[in-house]
Structures are given as structure tokens and as C-alpha cells.
Design a binder for this molecule. Structure first.
Ligand code: HSE
Length: 400
């Protein structure tokens, strides 16, 4: 099988390395040898082994009948979408790590692949090296999925872990992470939750078999989490994580990205640093967890190449993925029952106790002049209305 890689960046060079470093093992699993015939990139790479197969013109690849699988690892919606669509229409399978592309056009590209009896595979688009797409499509096919909750962004998990372990504020940790190259110079996609939002849009679409638009998902990032919030959590035996969640409640599906205060008994409590994890809850199965590296050159490349092996094994046969282009209308967040951790000035303690059923109070060493408490579970719209009557210093959804 001759394949082509679109994009020789971090993931593309990882795919090149993985395929070339274990060709016999991969051939054994795929049933035939896999040879990289082309790598597409606008740049030159003098002295790099990629030079021998480097091309700058996509039409050479897509019009070469020898190429059966195209690996798209460029990122971004365009030109990736046009390239992938053309490749599928020309009867080639496509494997991609591109979450923007999959979240926006996944249903359509899957439909084309189905018509052409080829495959559109995207294991690496969510949580890098962790197998989660294939388990959702091929293993967890009996259960009704009641909940999918993930720590799907390594950058924010790293920042929150460092804030906790070193007692530092968000801005300080972010600046340090940027200086070390762990966080992007423009960190918005990560710290404001959009990256995790695209990933939960994909997982929710697969869990319910319909199109979940990323734009419909409620998204809150971690910029407002302070070291004081974390100090209260720690003193109360809890921690704060950025959760990407979707859940079905009474036939309605909610999807959101937001920080959440959780205690030690939560299955995702021990997921620290850059690691990702996903908890899936099925009605028969109960809870299953997937844990590992959600980013990075080789872990992501490993997931991409596993898709290439799958595509080679299933030439001329579409591997079913249920993802209808019909839009799934998400439920109004105002109706979701949530508990909140809330901090207000000490002077508002009595008023807070009037407005909320306080389940628990928090203290933290060295923090004075505040009243911190946990509300009972209530519809979010009611919480917002009551909280609007207070000078809220912070509020974080809680599962305590
Ligand atoms: N920026 C992402 C993260 C990379 O921090 O998890 C993987 O999508």
C-alpha cells in the first residue's frame, strides 16, 4: 500500500518516523507493507530523509492511482477539507488528526467515505494517543451512553496541576508554560476551552450518532480560576479540573466545557499534568476509563498510524461509523441540575444563606474576609438568578 502524508509538522514527521521505524511489525498487522510515497508540505527540509518523497503539489498525490490512503495532519479547516473531500471522492481512504476538520465536517466526510466504500478515520483527533474513537464506534456499541466526561486538554491540565502544586496564580503559570514552550504563544484555544470543546463535540456526535455543533456547546475556560479557589478545594480534600462533558438526562443531551471541583473519589481525580483521560458511562457497562497522552508527536502519530493499519485492512469495505448529519439540539444549560462552589465577601454570609441551601462550608489557611460554600443541586438558571443578588468572587460547578 502506498500512502501520502499531508503536512510535515510535528504530527506529520511523527507519522513518517513511526511508519519507517517498524515497517515489518506494521506490515504484519496491516496484511501488507505500507510505503510512504509522498509527503506534502510547502516548505523544504534540506538534509531530512523526507526530501526523497517531498512534493509541493497536492494534485500529484490525489491523481496518483497507486496512493490508497491519505494521511491529513495539516490542521485547520482549509485547505484540509478540500483536500480530504477530493481524496475521498477519488476513492482513497483518509486518516486524520485534525479536530477542527472532524468537528465541522465529520458527518459529511463519513457519508462520502461510505458511498465510496472507503474509510475516513480520525482516532488522533481526540485525546491524541488514547484510543477513544474506535472504542466508541466498535466496542461500546450495545450500551446507551449516559455520560462522556474527559480531561481533553493537556495544556490546561498542566496549568491547573502546577497552580495546585506550587500555590501559584493562573497568569504566573501560563507565562512560565509559554516560556517553556508547553503553552502556545496565543493560548486562547486551550485556556478558553475551545480545543476541549471541539473534542467533546466529536465524542458527543459519536455517542449519540448525530451532528453536535461545536458552536452550540457551553464553554468556560480556566482564566478565572484563582489560587484561592484551589486553596479552598485542597483544604476540603478536592481539586479543580477542566471537564469536557456531555450527558443524557431524561432524553435531553447537555454538552459543556467548564472547570469542575471534584473530590478524591472521582475517577478523573488523579489525572494530572499533561495527561488526558476520558470516562464513559454506559447503561449496562457502568464506567470505563481511558487514560494516556493526549498530545505530542509520537503518541499522536501512533494513533494516526493505527488508523492507517485499519484502512489498509479494510480496503473496499467501509467500517461503519454512526454519525448522521442531522443536528442534535442540545438542552438548555439553564435546566441542568448543578451544585456550585461559591465565594462571597464575609459580609454577605447571611444573605447567601438566605438565597441558597448551603450543603457545606469551606475554609482555607490564610484566607480571611470571605464566605465559601457549596450549594445543593439546583437548576443552573435558578443559581444564576440567586447569585446575581450577591457579589460573587467566584463560582465553580462542583461534584462533591
Ligand atoms: N493543545 C492541545 C492540548 C493539543 O493541550 O491538549 C492536543 O490537541
Amino acid at each position: 500500500m502506498k500512502v501520502a502524508i499531508l503536512g510535515y509538522g510535528t504530527v506529520g514527521s511523527g507519522v513518517f518516523e513511526v511508519i519507517n521505524s517498524n515497517p515489518e511489525g506494521i506490515a504484519r498487522r496491516a496484511g501488507e507493507e505500507i510505503e510512504i510515497k509522498y509527503v506534502l508540505d510547502l516548505r523544504e527540509f534540506p538534509g531530512d530523509p523526507v526530501e526523497k518523497v517531498l512534493v509541493h503539489d497536492f494534485s500529484r498525490i490525489v491523481n496518483d492511482p497507486e496512493v490508497g490512503v491519505i494521511i491529513e495532519v495539516m490542521g485547520g479547516v482549509e485547505p484540509a477539507y478540500s483536500f480530504v473531500k477530493e481524496a475521498l471522492l477519488k476513492g482513497k481512504s483518509v486518516c486524520t488528526s485534525n479536530k477542527e476538520l472532524v468537528a465541522k465536517h465529520g458527518a459529511e466526510l463519513l457519508e462520502i467515505a461510505k458511498q465510496k466504500k472507503e474509510n475516513f478515520l480520525f482516532e488522533a483527533s481526540v485525546a491524541g494517543g488514547i484510543p477513544i474513537i474506535r472504542p466508541l464506534n466498535q466496542s461500546l456499541t450495545v450500551d446507551e451512553i449516559q455520560e462522556v466526561t474527559g480531561i481533553l486538554n493537556g495544556t490546561t491540565n498542566y496549568i491547573l496541576t502546577k497552580m495546585r502544586d506550587e500555590g501559584l496564580d493562573f497568569d504566573v503559570v501560563l507565562a512560565d508554560a509559554q516560556a517553556k514552550g508547553y503553552a502556545e504563544r496565543n493560548p486562547a484555544a486551550d485556556v478558553d476551552g475551545y480545543d476541549a470543546g471541539r473534542k467533546i463535540a466529536i465524542l458527543t456526535s459519536l455517542a449519540y450518532g448525530m451532528q453536535v455543533d461545536f458552536e452550540d456547546i457551553y464553554i468556560e475556560g480556566i482564566r478565572n480560576i484563582s489560587k484561592n479557589d484551589i486553596a479552598y478545594a485542597l483544604a476540603g480534600g478536592a481539586d479543580i479540573k477542566l471537564f469536557a462533558t456531555s450527558c443524557a438526562v431524561d432524553g435531553r443531551v447537555y454538552a459543556m466545557v467548564a472547570p469542575r471541583m471534584i473530590n478524591r473519589s472521582h475517577p478523573l481525580y488523579s489525572v494530572n499534568d499533561v495527561f488526558n483521560a476520558i470516562l464513559v458511562r454506559g447503561n449496562f457497562l457502568g464506567d470505563v476509563m481511558f487514560y494516556g497522552k493526549g498530545a505530542g508527536k509520537l503518541p499522536t502519530a501512533s494513533a494516526v498510524v493505527s488508523d492507517v493499519v485499519d484502512a489498509v485492512k479494510h480496503q473496499g469495505k467501509h467500517v461503519m461509523t454512526i454519525w448522521n448529519s442531522r443536528k442534535l439540539e442540545l438542552a438548555d444549560m439553564g435546566t441542568l441540575m448543578s451544585k456550585f462552589f461559591v465565594r462571597v465577601p464575609q459580609s454577605q454570609k447571611a444573605k447567601a444563606q438566605e438565597l441558597f441551601k448551603v450543603e457545606r462550608e469551606f475554609t482555607a489557611p490564610g484566607i480571611e474576609g470571605e464566605y465559601a460554600f457549596l450549594t445543593s443541586a439546583m437548576p443552573e438558571s435558578e443559581f444564576d438568578q440567586a447569585a446575581g443578588q450577591l457579589k460573587v468572587l467566584s463560582r465553580i460547578r462542583a461534584e462533591l
